[in-house]
Design a protein around this ligand. Sequence first.
Ligand SMILES: [Zn+2]
Ligand SMILES: [Zn+2]
Length: 434
Amino acid sequence: MKAPSTLNLPSARVTVCPDCSLILQAIVPLPHQIAVCPRCAQQLYRYRHNTIQKAMVLSLTGLFLYMPANVLPLLSFSVLGINTHSSIMQACLRLFNQQQYVLGVTVALTTLVFPLLVLAGLLLITLGLSRQWQAPWMPRFFRFYHHLTEWAMTDVFLVGVLITVIKMSHMATVSLNAGFFCLIGLVVTTIATQAVTDHQLFWSLMDAQDTLRPDQKMTATAATEQMPNASGFLLCHSCHKLLPAEYTTQTGHDRCPRCGHSLRPRKKNSIARTWALLLTACLLTVPANLLPIMEVESFGVPDRSTIMDGILYFFREGSYGIGLVIFIASVLVPLFKIIGLIIILLSIHFHWHSWLRHKAIMFRYIEFIGRWSMLDIFVITLLCALAQFGFLSSINAAPAAFYFTGVVLSTMFAALSFDPRLLWDAAAVAPDQQ
Ligand SMILES: [Zn+2]
Ligand SMILES: [Zn+2]
């Protein structure tokens, strides 16, 4: 696991931007300061006080709230004396009962499994760090933690609950139950755990061989001196450990000595995989928007509606704000993700030099907003579980829900497959040099 002493390890005072490969000179940190890459505007470091203790307390609080938030009823609907109520867990089971298995698995993973793993994982890691364990599972698990935070969507689900309340308040008496308030607590603590976690410090503490000690971390925009020899380093995609370029050839190890992630100068087949996933998303967008996404059955008469019908319903009812939120999350966000990634891929193909910084910022924005497209799916999940009033009225998921989930997942995977450094690599090479 250790790098041989013959290897010339990168200096503790040098760091590399993970998004554009700019070599930066590190400086001694100052509290309450943020370091930003001067080329691509990526935030490289942000000072966080008492990070381990805060993350431990918040993850423990989140775990206490996890069970009541998921098991206790969230909402109750009442129409002409018929009462229905549902918890998050019952809403997931309802999707399986309706044979919506892809939807059921996606909702169960993003609202039940991943949020639990995020909180439990962070609690174990902070416990390990505070007690100075050197367990090999800790860096491995922390690597997965990074990915899980993106896929744990309790915050998106909570917004879905609020939209469901507003949507149903026109047709039923809606009551908020204990599960709803626990869910708010769970979302607040989960967001707070991620805000207080100092990833760089955590990685440094897990790595006894790390050359970058916590007290030497770079901060502030003053750390902007560009160094020569940018190809002399290999940066781990996952934990951002800096290694000499010849590390894999000289040691025979093709994995990061700190987190175990495979070491490559750039993500494997990044462009081809991103194109394939984008193409999949484009194809799925057609049935997702043309087919009905929801079926409302009133007095035995089915009425099917598409995504756009649902949006227009809010505008007709005068709920312009909610209509706009659903329109942005279900129509504009998927469209923005697909068009944005296509512009970035074309820019690499044709070696466009202009607007590189803006395209890098746009890519980070695409990564950030990707999960919010699940909003409509969560609203449908809740309606399927709650709006069940027998012969009077019932709501079920229709085929487009499956295709729309496919669009969200394929665009999220497309953003994950893409390596933003390729944008800068392509701009550095003139087309006639190819
Ligand atoms: Zn950068
Ligand atoms: Zn690593």
